[in-house]
Design a protein around this ligand. Structure first.
Ligand code: FES
Ligand code: FES
Length: 212
């Protein structure tokens, strides 16, 4: 290869190499810069405070057809939100450990233990407590009426949970006979031992609920 041609090719190759080197250097420098920016933002005190789990979480709870805006510690149970924040004390805190059923409420028609359910889980879903079971004109739900007819409570402490659980038991199709009712109501304890009367109330109601 003549010298002039060799020089021209060498310059050209050297030129590309410089441009490529500068481009590559700029690119590789940019990534750590962005990374540093993200880390700086993450360490910003304002951002860090917003992510503190102890900060209140804003949520909308729909309970008995009414919408409520609440700012709660994200760890608040549905039971505490209902009782302490909304003043709905029908659901009882018996054991607070998922063992007695006194805190039973319905979420989208299904029974849940509200002492073991975070309030955040209920956001955007329909919560029903004993206070919302009767019709707006005060007419009792057939299950409430049956508990009165069958004398299915004594002190009444477990009764709100029993009634909501009983409504679910029938709607799930688990009320075919006494044994099945006892089995599917076994999560609701009654220290007054009103069990035979509770079974009688569920049997009284199951036909009217299906017809209704
Ligand atoms: S209070 Fe929830 S199961 Fe006892
Ligand atoms: S009626 Fe008293 S605990 Fe059930």
């Amino acid at each position: 290869m003549p010298n002039a041609t060799f020089h021209s090719v060498a310059t050209s190759v050297a030129g590309w190499s410089r441009r490529m080197f500068l481009t590559a250097s700029a690119t590789s420098l940019a990534v750590p810069l962005f990374a540093r920016t993200s880390r700086a933002e993450a360490m910003d005190p304002q951002t860090a405070r917003a992510k503190d789990p102890r900060d209140p979480a804003n949520l909308a709870l729909t309970v008995n057809g009414r919408k409520h805006q609440l700012a709660l510690d994200a760890r608040t149970t549905l039971l505490d939100a209902l009782r302490e924040r909304l003043g709905l004390t029908g659901a009882k805190k018996g054991c607070d450990h998922g063992q007695c059923g006194a805190c039973t409420v319905l979420i989208d028609g299904r029974r849940v233990l509200s002492c073991l359910t975070l309030a955040l889980v209920a956001e955007g879903r329909a919560v029903t407590t004993i206070e919302g079971l009767a019709k707006p004109d005060g007419t009792l739900h057939p299950m409430q009426q049956a508990f009165i007819d069958q004398d299915a409570f004594q002190c009444g402490y477990c009764t709100p949970g029993q009634i909501l659980s009983a409504v679910s038991c029938v709607e799930e199709g688990h009320a075919a006979n006494d044994a099945e009712i006892r089995e599917y109501m076994s999560g609701n304890l009654c220290r007054c031992a009103a069990y035979p009367n509770i079974v009688a109330a569920i049997k009284q109601t199951k036909h009217s609920m299906r017809e209704g």
